[in-house]
Design a protein around this ligand. Structure first.
Ligand SMILES: CC(=O)SCCNC(=O)CCNC(=O)[C@H](O)C(C)(C)COP(=O)(O)OP(=O)(O)OC[C@H]1O[C@@H](n2cnc3c(N)ncnc32)[C@H](O)[C@@H]1OP(=O)(O)O
Ligand SMILES: O=C([O-])CC(=O)C(=O)O
Length: 375
């Protein structure tokens, strides 16, 4: 797939800002490759932990390596008591992305990375704990329970759902979580990753890299779009109602969340994959509103604006069908993209020069300070 989107002007669009061996966007194969593998191939054939291993450690694991890696991650699922105490202080009304940001930041105080030789272990610990950080807080603040974060679930996706729903995830749900986490894992120099690389280039600790990236992903123009898309589509009870509302929004020049992309021009290769799984989940729950509404919105945006769904749009209905509260949508993105952020930080550290571009000055001419009584 080639991308011929005109890239220029503001937002550093299209400018090469560094090198990476991790990923290509819009240039090879189906359109998104992690270390040479098509994302659809990975989503069909792997669990997320295999892809995390690929991104973080450089190759797809053998069965023995995967078993060892999963056993290691399982052994790291216990939240430190001080972290639980900190999470219990955060009010129920907080945004779960703020909880993720604070959780990682607090973890950095409790288990600091004091030397870069620790980076792989520190990242495995963060990867293991992210689902527990957000679900422990969510269940304590919303349901008044202190959950056990040792679920015994084989995969990170299954572990997240098990903690949330107090029971093992179905095979279908665990598969969809694996697919979702694989689709979101890495995407070159997107805003949150670039933020992370800038932080890494100062040789700061990995918790600072991840904390900054979480804050950047939170915005509705980036990862927050999956929640914003859900808040939009859940307002409509039929495809016709959705179509009328979208036409009105377009007339008012409103942004339609979950559409468009800074790099892809014609399609986001992740959309067809998550759409297929959203459809399977819709059948599973007997939905006859949310999925048809989403399909109509996609068709209207194509017809009216020649715009396509990005990875976020059909994630909204898919997560909803699995009973996941909307506020936890973007935190799932964090549980996945942490692999990309960390691998970019490792690359930056391995060949570092501090990232420090220049600005074109547009302020006042040179002038002298007026004495305070004359201003
Ligand atoms: C995982 C991710 O982070 S994927 C992105 C998730 N974000 C969203 O879904 C939010 C909605 N989408 C957007 O805001 C944008 O498409 C972005 C932020 C993803 C990309 O921004 P840009 O690269 O600046 O967009 P692009 O250059 O393609 O915009 C071209 C035109 O289409 C319009 N446009 C872009 N996206 C949308 C949209 N979702 N709805 C309506 N119009 C849009 C822009 O306003 C712009 O109009 P203009 O020429 O009149 O100013
Ligand atoms: O690449 C981007 O600009 C946004 C992003 O992170 C993604 O699409 O996964």
């Amino acid at each position: 797939m080639s991308s011929d989107k005109k890239l220029g002007g503001a937002g550093l669009r299209g400018q090469v800002a560094g090198q990476t061996a991790l990923c290509t966007v819009g240039t090879q194969g189906s359109g998104l490759n992690y270390r040479g593998y098509d994302v659809d191939d990975l989503a069909d054939n792997c669990i997320f932990e295999e892809v995390a291993h690929l991104i973080l450690k450089g190759h797809l694991p053998t069965q023995a390596e995967l078993d060892t890696y999963q056993a290691k991650l399982h052994g790291l699922r216990d939240l430190p008591e001080e972290l639980k105490a900190g999470l219990e202080l955060i009010p129920a009304g907080a945004h779960p992305m703020d909880v993720m940001r604070t959780g990682v930041s607090l973890l950095g105080n409790l288990e600091p990375e004091t030397d870069f030789s620790q980076q792989a272990d520190v990242v495995d610990r963060i990867l293991s704990l992210l689902p527990a950080i957000v679900v422990y807080w969510y269940r304590f603040s919303h349901d008044g329970v202190r959950i056990d974060t040792n679920t015994g679930a084989a995969t990170i996706g299954g572990h997240f759902l098990h903690m949330l729903h107090d029971k093992p995830a179905s095979k279908l749900h665990e598969k969809v979580m694996n697919v979702s986490l694989i689709l979101y894992a890495e995407h070159e120099f997107n805003a949150s990753t670039f933020n992370g690389r800038v932080a890494a280039s100062t040789l700061t600790d990995i918790h600072s890299v991840i904390t900054g990236a979480i804050g950047t992903l939170r915005g509705p123009l980036h990862g927050g779009a999956n929640e914003a898309a859900m808040e939009m589509i859940e307002q409509w009870s039929s495809p016709d109602e959705a179509e009328a509302a979208i036409l009105e929004k377009l007339k008012n020049k409103e942004l339609i969340m979950g559409f468009g992309h800074a790099v892809y021009k014609e399609r986001d290769p992740r959309n067809a994959i998550i759409k297929k799984w959203s459809e399977a989940l819709a059948k599973d729950v007997g939905d006859d509103v949310l999925f048809p509404v989403s399909v109509r919105v996609e068709a209207v945006m194509k017809r009216e604006k020649n715009m396509f769904c990005n990875a976020d749009f059909f994630h909204a209905s898919a997560y909803n069908f699995m009973g996941i509260p909307t506020g936890l949508f973007t935190p799932i993105f964090v549980m996945s993209r942490v692999t990309g952020w960390a691998a970019h930080a490792f690359e930056q550290r391995a060949n570092n020069r501090i990232i420090r571009p220049s600005a074109e000055y547009t302020g006042p001419e040179h002038r002298a300070v007026e004495p305070i009584d004359q201003r």
